[in-house]
Design a protein around this ligand. Structure first.
Ligand code: GRF
Length: 202
């Protein structure tokens, strides 16, 4: 079975990246992580990717305008023969250029039960809203931030006494299971997207 050549785009510590790399090592896993791209040279995930034997490149996003950075990233993706892109804590807004180039072939993880709490500080906002349930979502990327057809979600309870940090850690532990699961669905072809509709088989 040929594995789907997959890249991961990061800006930070890369714990979701690590979870995806670990899953991809399973012989029967349908995706192979062939490249990690970081938006800044300080991203902690770069060293972790290299330690795991995955090629990693980084950019200083401040040296580019938005589309310039995306063209440079896209050239790396093309060079590596990438077929599928996972955003995992990529903290740059994307322009129509990269989103159009990778339409239906780019997925993202977001730490909320979308469509609730798009954007930043999701855990704080869930607490402030008095939610009893929170979680994370993997979705296909569309132009509107944190929108796009939903592939999978995982829920966690919000418990009495939760702080933002405690809740974030509970969600992150679920992210590390959800993202490998969602990538498996997409890379295996069990989930695909047509227009704005998710199609499942098997
Ligand atoms: C995760 O919470 C992810 O959902 C969000 O950014 C965070 C990245 O964490 N988009 P890490 O770099 O994977 O540890």
């Amino acid at each position: 079975m040929a594995k789907v050549r997959t890249a991961i785009l990061i800006s930070g510590g890369g714990s979701n990246m690590e979870a995806l790399i670990a899953a991809s090592r399973r012989p029967d896993y349908p995706a192979e992580i062939v490249l990690v791209v970081a938006s800044n040279h300080e991203a902690g995930g770069i060293a972790k990717a290299k330690a795991a034997g995955v090629p990693a490149v980084s950019f200083d996003h401040r040296a580019y305008d938005r589309e310039g950075l995306e063209r440079a990233v896209d050239a790396e993706l093309e060079n590596a023969g990438v077929e599928l892109v996972c955003l995992a804590g990529w903290m740059r807004l994307l322009s129509p250029y990269l989103i159009g180039r990778w339409r239906d072939r780019m997925i993202n993880i977001h730490p909320s039960l979308l469509p609730e709490f798009k954007g930043l500080h999701t855990h704080r906002r869930a607490l402030e809203a008095g939610k009893t349930e929170h979680g994370c979502t993997v979705h296909f990327v569309r132009q509107d931030v944190d929108s796009g057809p939903i592939i999978a979600q995982a829920k966690v309870p919000v418990l009495p006494g939760d702080t933002e940090e405690i809740l974030a850690a509970r969600v992150l532990a679920e992210e590390h299971k959800l993202y490998p699961y969602a990538l498996e669905l997409v890379a295996s072809g069990r989930v695909r997207v047509e227009g704005e509709e998710i199609l499942r088989r098997g």
